[in-house]
Design a protein around this ligand. Structure first.
Ligand SMILES: [Zn+2]
Length: 373
């Protein structure tokens, strides 16, 4: 049994929203979330930030977190729009960037729920270096709470993995490989995802004279952002359902609903941090299953199993042409299969290693003039 206590700090400027979100998170803890007990603090309801106008907002928020060991929270769950903090002179001006800076130094992960999570602007599409994770707030409070808890757990898994493997100086790639339970064949591929970002951080923080515990926490947060925002989000080494459908040329919705077909690829299923947020599969493990077949196709592989009627298997449609034109790639804007002809790729703003990630031609045509600036 995992006895780790988890504490989610909800930072919300709307009392109704925070009440609903908190009760949804509490509901999870009594309905079988047996691994943890969740404690909640709401800003600014339960605690007052110091109202001394002489203290900069950033320091004010840091001091607030240090009270009652709030610097030990397992996730800071933040509303992306905190406008009411600006309207109230007694409160510091809090926003997601300030919160993520302060939390980053203390080793606290930040998850922002935002209306803009699904917009197709380049800033969002290329924000894989952000120091927080973003989720779509247009979900029910129950779904939002569940996502927050799953994300909190993902960071916790990384934190625990690092704790077991306590040497912070150890090679980041091998630490991550262990935490991700990574197949041997994936190591060189993972290194392409700008792993330098993660390795560089502790050096910067070490210079700031932080304790080994905070350093280790900060490193786990950094790894979590990198994993969530880069590796899991841009298919290459790992494939989400739409990317897997495209890669296998099977309609992703059909794939998602068929436990039999998904089961056939169970061996490749990713079981590392954030696996409960969204299923992913290791590309190298999928390849090693298909390589047994003469033409290395999913249809041959499934046909060989003898239990699946492959004639009924719908092909994946290209999101641009609406046709089964070979697909193979994943459009990061539409989150759908796309073919090479109807998409653009190889951009420097995509993480290295994201070999199956492209962007639909029609969306790219709208974005590229801005990108050219
Ligand atoms: Zn196409």
């Amino acid at each position: 049994m995992n006895t780790t206590q988890s504490m989610i700090l909800v930072v919300e400027d709307n009392p109704d929203n925070s009440t609903q979100l908190v009760s949804a998170i509490n509901g999870l803890s009594t309905n079988g979330v047996d691994f943890q007990e969740l404690f909640l603090q709401i800003l600014p309801k339960n605690k007052q930030l110091t109202q001394d106008s002489q203290i900069p907002d950033e320091e004010n928020f840091r001091q607030f977190l240090m009270l009652d060991n709030l610097d030990q929270v397992s996730l800071c769950f933040v509303d992306s729009e905190l406008g009411r903090f600006r309207q109230n002179d007694d409160l510091p001006i809090l926003n997601k960037d300030l919160i993520s800076r302060v939390c980053g130094d203390l080793g606290i992960p930040v998850c922002v729920y935002s209306d803009a999570a699904d917009e197709d602007d380049l800033e969002r599409l290329s924000n894989w270096t952000h120091r927080y994770v973003v989720i779509d707030r247009n979900l029910s409070f129950d779904a939002l709470a569940q996502l927050g808890v799953n994300i909190s757990e993902g960071f916790e898994q990384i934190r625990n993995g690092l704790r077991e493997d306590s040497a912070v100086e150890k090679d980041t790639l091998s630490q991550l490989g262990k935490i991700l339970n990574m197949p041997e064949d994936a190591y060189s591929h993972l290194g392409l995802y700008s792993i330098g970002q993660v390795s560089a951080l502790p050096i910067k923080l070490q210079k700031a004279g932080l304790t080994p515990d905070v350093l280790s926490r900060a490193k786990s947060v950094s790894m979590g952002y990198w994993l969530y925002n880069s590796v899991l989000r841009y298919p290459g080494i790992l494939l989400n359902t739409a990317a897997l459908g495209s890669y296998l040329d099977i309609d992703p919705d059909y794939l998602d609903e068929s436990t039999e077909i998904k089961g056939a690829f169970d061996k490749a299923l990713y079981k590392g941090p954030f696996y409960e947020v969204e299923p992913h599969w290791w590309k190298c493990e999928i390849d090693s299953l298909l390589v047994e077949c003469p033409n290395e196709t999913a249809r041959e592989y499934l046909d060989n199993l003898g239990t699946i009627d492959i004639d009924k298997l719908p092909q994946a449609m290209c999101t641009e042409s609406g046709e089964p034109d070979g697909v193979g790639y994943y459009c990061i804007a539409k989150k759908q299969p796309v073919c090479e002809v109807h998409s653009a790729g190889g951009h420097s703003w995509l993480p290295g290693g994201a070999v199956l990630s492209r962007i639909s031609q029609s969306i790219w045509d709208g974005l590229s003039p801005f990108y050219a600036l």
